[in-house]
Write a protein that binds this ligand. Structure first.
Ligand code: ATP
Ligand code: MG
Length: 466
């Protein structure tokens, strides 16, 4: 017989792992909650609004004899008349069974396996119903390492799956078999009253997974919902728990907060609930410091710009986002380095390096974004020079566009002479001939000037490119 904790799983133990919600012992059918089942005629979700790929997955599962539902953001957003980002499918089929049904399927995750069914660039995620012992989320980085959660005990039934979800509005299930909507937790009422309410005891749920506090704020910002008082109350108190969340997971959350078209509102709410200081501690410090109002205004304008770009369907990148969020800190640090006689470009490069390295301990920034970010910031002082081929070559720099956008932002905040930003706006529209002129005239005149300049510099004993 295996010893306790070694290959066996005591159901009592499961209750200890997951002391939240209403506990369901799967053998105890008596205490199983029943969902409110809303027929198709009484809810607005139409297959016309569900992606074809998600429908294909749902039907294939159903035709193979499994149950198949859409749950989470997809259902919620359809009920709100919004366009869902994606559709998450849940089923009673085990991951291996899902895998066997689709040629274009890949299983991901170690402890909690998920199936990804791929259609070109689109991926439909299929999860097997999970029991409460599988708390947390789809992210196996998060889960407790004690090894007590064994794979065999992870899967469950729909009426177990519901309790591990975060908010009532995220726990509505759309059944492909008869197009009904299953509601175990009065999620529909909360959709109607636009309320974010946690399933179970809020403090317990936040302690299980502190990222839920960020999700509360994110969904409140995105949907313009109110966080229910009992769900809002513990957040400022429990915010320090974010310090224990892996920085890579927080990076993902940061993108969801700031790259979804509601960045300005996200920042406001994050600060209101005392969460922002655990994501970007130095930036929060800058907001509270001497030039705090200016720092906040800069970040707000940068985020408004990001929101605007999303509205216009333009691409956004973490490179620019982190540049905006960290700039007040980097700028101050660069100033201090300049006082130690660093040249401006070097000062920014070094400051950016130090600040990003420190930031990585809180929310990561993968190197493919960190390097261009540093380059883009280091270009800022170089824009101040508007004469000569060196200046002109900035136009061809691979970070020109992002660096220029950043310059415009700085000039709008009164950090740079607007004339400089206007110059760089104008030259981009010029013909090559006009550009040569703008950067100091024709080749001959320029070299003549350079010679004169050199002579003068030599006479003065200095060589000043400006
Ligand atoms: P979005 O529209 O941003 O995708 P979403 O609610 O669908 O929002 P996902 O991260 O896609 O968010 O998660 C899908 C569903 O999984 C959620 O609706 C919720 O039911 C559940 N879920 C996700 N993360 C958690 C978590 N940390 N704790 C509990 N349940 C979660
Ligand atoms: Mg989703």
């Amino acid at each position: 017989m295996p010893r306790f904790g070694e290959g066996c799983y005591d159901s009592q133990d499961l209750y200890e792992v997951e002391p939240h919600g209403r506990y369901l012992n799967s053998t105890d059918t008596e205490s199983r909650p029943l969902p409110k089942i809303i027929p198709r005629s009484e809810h607005p979700i139409s297959r016309a609004n569900i992606s074809n790929n998600a429908l294909k997955v749902l039907y294939r599962l159903k035709n193979a004899g499994y149950s198949a539902f859409i749950v989470g953001g997809g259902v919620r957003d359809l009920l709100l008349g919004r366009h869902p980002k994606d559709f998450d499918v849940v089923t009673d089929a085990r991951p291996e069974e899902v895998d066997a049904l689709f040629r274009n399927c890949r299983l991901i995750g170690r402890r909690f396996r998920l199936a990804h069914v791929r259609f070109g660039r689109d991926i439909v995620e299929v999860a097997t119903f999970r029991a409460a012992g599988a708390a947390g989320d789809d992210d196996d980085r998060l889960h407790d390492e004690s090894g007590r959660i064994l794979r065999d005990n992870v899967y469950g039934t729909i009426d177990e799956d519901v309790w591990r979800r975060d908010f009532t509005i995220n726990a509505l299930y759309y059944n492909i078999a008869d197009f009904t909507l299953w509601d175990y937790v009065s999620g529909l009422e909360d959709i109607k009253s636009r309320t974010l309410r946690l399933i179970g005891d809020p403090e317990t749920r936040y302690r299980e997974d502190p990222v839920r506090m960020l999700r509360a704020v994110r969904l409140a910002a995105k949907l313009e919902f109110t966080i229910a008082p009992e769900a809002a109350e513990p957040i400022p108190r429990l915010a320090p728990l974010l310090a224990d969340v892996p920085p890579a997971r927080l990076f993902d959350e940061v993108l969801k907060l700031f790259h979804a078209g509601h960045a300005v509102r996200s920042l406001e709410l994050l600060r209101e609930y005392g969460l922002f200081q655990y994501l970007f501690p130095r930036t929060e410090e800058a907001f509270r410091g001497e030039d705090g109002a200016a720092a906040l205004e800069f970040v707000r304008m940068g985020l408004a710009n990001t929101d605007q770009r999303i509205q216009e369907d333009k691409p956004v990148t973490p490179t620019f986002l982190y540049a905006v969020l960290l700039w007040p800190v980097i700028r101050a640090e660069a100033k201090a380095l300049e006082a130690e006689r660093y040249a401006p470009v070097l000062a920014i490069t070094e400051a950016a390096h130090r600040v990003v390295t420190e930031q990585q301990r809180h929310t990561t920034l993968p190197r493919r974004f960190a390097s261009p970010m540093k380059e883009m910031l280091a270009m800022q002082p170089r824009f101040e020079n508007r004469r000569g081929p060196r200046a002109q070559r900035l136009l061809e720099h691979k970070r020109f566009r992002a660096a220029y956008d950043f310059l415009v932002l700085r000039s709008r905040c009164g950090e740079v002479d607007p004339e400089i930003a206007e110059f760089w706006t104008r030259v981009q529209e010029m013909t090559p001939e006009e550009q040569r002129e703008a950067f100091g005239g024709s080749k001959q005149r320029r070299s003549a000037r350079r010679r004169r300049g050199r002579r003068r510099a030599a006479a003065a004993g200095t060589f000043d490119a400006a």
